[in-house]
Design a binder for this molecule. Sequence first.
Ligand SMILES: C[S@@+](CC[C@H](N)C(=O)[O-])C[C@H]1O[C@@H](n2cnc3c(N)ncnc32)[C@H](O)[C@@H]1O
Length: 272
Amino acid sequence: MANKSVSNTNEIKSLWPGQSMDLLKSLHILTRDGALNQDSRRKLKQVQHLVQFLTPQLEGLKTIADLGAGKSYLGFMLYDLWMRGVDESHLFAIEAREDLIATCRKIAADSGFDRTTFVQSTILDASQNTELPEAIDAVVALHACDTATDEAIAFALKKDAKFIALVPCCQAEVARLLEEKEMNSTVGRSLWRHGLHRREFGSHLTNVIRALFLESRGYKVRVTELIGWEHSMKNELILATKIQKGNALAKSHLDNLLHEFPVKMKLFELVD
Ligand SMILES: C[S@@+](CC[C@H](N)C(=O)[O-])C[C@H]1O[C@@H](n2cnc3c(N)ncnc32)[C@H](O)[C@@H]1O
């Protein structure tokens, strides 16, 4: 089979001025020889785009939680490119899988990233974890599966986060709720009669509810595209910046929406 490596160390250096090559190797984005294959190029591009997009919005913030972190690509790259130069900044990464947390700890130790804490926990339980501070400035959750994004929203509210960035992942909960729902309205029947439409509509409705909910809790919300479809099928980026205590108009819009589509999402069980 042909060698899939499509780049070399020099090219990577030009993509990431000042970035640790050792970190990229630890994350298996680069091979030991400093080459980049097509799959890791895709991952690199995605995280690179997100880091570039997020860093201006993290101005003045010090603590960041990466939720459903996986190998914490995003957290590590934020640390490497931005937090290194920010005094007293700290990265917290929460991940359910113990093996991934062990990998993250090793990468952090090898990279000399000492202002980091890795917690093996569900996002839900992490809200109560005393290893974590009571307040955290920024919360990111990249492709946190299904309702883990809702756990991330609840976590962010509990920690009084000033900034939240969510890239929701596969979304099954609302499609399931729609299926269970009595289809006594023609609109409902038409919108989610077919399984594929139900999944797409369920996913769309979920993210609309999440965005409105955050607005009702005083966040200014922007929904945008993470990166072109060629890189990922899940590319909706929800950005929320806390600007006020609450927003009664957004709350009434949310109530109206939930009146039309009464889906009892887990999100509402998780928040006060
Ligand atoms: C699709 S991966 C994304 C990983 C990483 N954020 C990224 O984009 O590369 C989702 C990760 O979230 C973790 N996860 C799923 N549900 C979780 C939960 N409720 N609490 C904590 N971690 C969770 C999974 O173990 C997995 O590592």
